[in-house]
Each structure stands twice: as structure tokens, then as C-alpha cells.
Design a protein around this ligand. Structure first.
Ligand SMILES: [Zn+2]
Length: 116
């Protein structure tokens, strides 16, 4: 590789790295906002159950918890998707055991799993 090719390659790598950093920051912000959403729902569960208690209607507790919990499960699913993207953007992959390793890894250092 000539000197100029090396310089060009370096600039292109730096641009890629910058793009990756932007992407990672964006994904982290999205995850954090989803986590705040869950916190909010936890609060709503408490408030709604208390409101039902004050109204003397404990039969509604189950229904309240059920419907808000479904909402939390949906948001958690979104978070999982975003975390998956984060792993990809970082050039990593997740093993069957849950360990995150660099994408070129052939064997998991934690469980020994062989990647295809
Ligand atoms: Zn593993």
C-alpha cells in the first residue's frame, strides 16, 4: 500500500469510527429513554392500584397490573432490539450463553461455544 493509500485508508477508518460513535450514542439515548418509559409505567401501576384502593375496588388490582405489565413487556422488547443493534454497530456478537464478544471470535471465551 502506498503512502497516500494509507492516508486515505486512515481517513476513511476515522470517518467510519466517527459514524459508529454517533450511531452508538443515538442507540444509547434511545435505550435510556425506553428505560425511563418503564419507570413511568411502574409509577402508573402504583397510582392506579392506589386509586382503586381508595375507591374501594380491589377487584381491579389484577386487571391494572396485567395491562400495565403488558406495556412494560412491549417496551422491554424494544430495548432488547436496540441492544441487539448496539452489539452489531460495535462490531460484536452475542454468544448463546449471553457473553458479548468481538464479531471475528471463533470460540466463546466464557462457554467454549463454536461460532459458525
Ligand atoms: Zn458463550
Amino acid at each position: 500500500m502506498s503512502f497516500f493509500d494509507k492516508v486515505k485508508q486512515g481517513a476513511s477508518d476515522a470517518a467510519k469510527k466517527a459514524q459508529q460513535t454517533v450511531e452508538i450514542t443515538k442507540l444509547k439515548a434511545q435505550i435510556s429513554s425506553k428505560e425511563k418509559e418503564i419507570e413511568k409505567i411502574y409509577g402508573l401501576i402504583g397510582e392506579s392500584v392506589y386509586t382503586a384502593y381508595v375507591a374501594g375496588d380491589p377487584s381491579r388490582y389484577g386487571e391494572i397490573v396485567e395491562s400495565y405489565s403488558q406495556g412494560i413487556a412491549a417496551v422491554k422488547l424494544d430495548i432488547e432490539g436496540l441492544e441487539q443493534k448496539l452489539i452489531e454497530v460495535r462490531g460484536e456478537k452475542e454468544c448463546v450463553c449471553g457473553k458479548v464478544v468481538p464479531s471475528e471470535t471463533k470460540f466463546c471465551s466464557s462457554c467454549g461455544h463454536q461460532f459458525a
